[in-house]
Design a protein around this ligand. Structure first.
Ligand code: PEP
Length: 255
């Protein structure tokens, strides 16, 4: 099996004002003065908090990411942030294609494709999310659904190395619901994602790209999830808002 560094990534979503973000970032920096070998830690605060969190975690082994980006470099795009802006604020990762953006903000696969290309070209690692709604899971066509999202969202992306891309499989029915997919469910789809990555980028590159699971991941299930051969960490929503839970996940992932 290739030696992929596990990634435990926190998605704070639209939580924490500037003071709250500073407090959580301080708590995380204190809880994680170092991270176990073989694990990388990432936090993705709301855009308004990025600079504050950057200042607070600078000395800690915690990477910083954004939750959204716009693919144009600059101009009249009210409310958006460009890749270079995120980079100038200290971001090295950016979540794209989260189901909440796809559903509530009507973002398409084509949008994700433009975002992924802009990020890779600009030197930020996309954390590309994909996942099926409950009705697709129940219809039994979830693998095809997720593979189609991966192929459409990442088609034509040019990678020089495997660490330029992370994919996160997040079944929508498991996000924020407490209903985690079993580790076997996660492995089945993460493996299918990797096969799609082989088609897109070739076997050697796909072997090194990290594929995360997301959806009610927590201290109690992280070890079982990352024990699966194609699950290389987790994208964590709710549990990333408590420093104790998030740091416990980091430690448990490494065990
Ligand atoms: C998420 O939305 O990225 C997520 C995984 O949320 P939660 O962990 O709360 O299910």
């Amino acid at each position: 099996m290739p030696n992929r560094t596990l990634l435990i990534a926190g998605n704070w979503k639209m939580n924490n004002d500037v003071a709250e973000a500073a407090k959580l970032a301080d708590e995380l920096a204190q809880a994680l003065p170092e991270v176990p070998a073989g694990v990388e830690v990432l936090v993705c605060p709301p855009t308004i908090d990025i600079t504050t969190v950057h200042d607070r975690i600078q000395a800690a082994p915690i990477a910083l990411g954004a939750q959204n980006v716009y693919w144009e470099a600059k101009g009249a795009f009210t409310g958006e942030s460009s890749c270079d802006m995120l980079k100038s604020a200290g971001c090295t990762y950016c979540i794209i294609g989260h189901s909440e953006r796809r559903d509530y903000f009507h973002e398409s696969d084509e949008d994700q494709n433009k975002k992924a290309k802009a990020l890779v070209a600009g030197g930020i690692v996309p954390v590309f999310c994909c996942g099926e709604p409950l009705e697709v899971r129940e219809a039994g066509t979830y693998v095809e659904h997720v593979v189609a999202q991966v192929k459409a969202g990442l088609e034509g992306l040019e990678l020089a190395s495997a660490d330029q891309l992370v994919v996160a499989y997040e079944p929508i029915w498991a996000i924020g619901t407490g209903m985690t997919a079993t580790a076997d469910d996660a492995q089945e789809v993460c493996h299918a994602v990797r096969e799609a990555l082989v088609e897109l980028f070739g076997a050697e590159m796909a072997d090194g790209i990290r594929v995360l699971y997301g959806g009610s991941a927590k201290p109690g299930n992280i070890a079982e999830l990352v024990a699966k051969p194609d699950v290389d960490g987790a994208l964590v929503g709710g549990a990333s808002l408590k420093a104790a839970d998030f740091s416990e996940m980091v430690v448990k992932a490494a065990e």
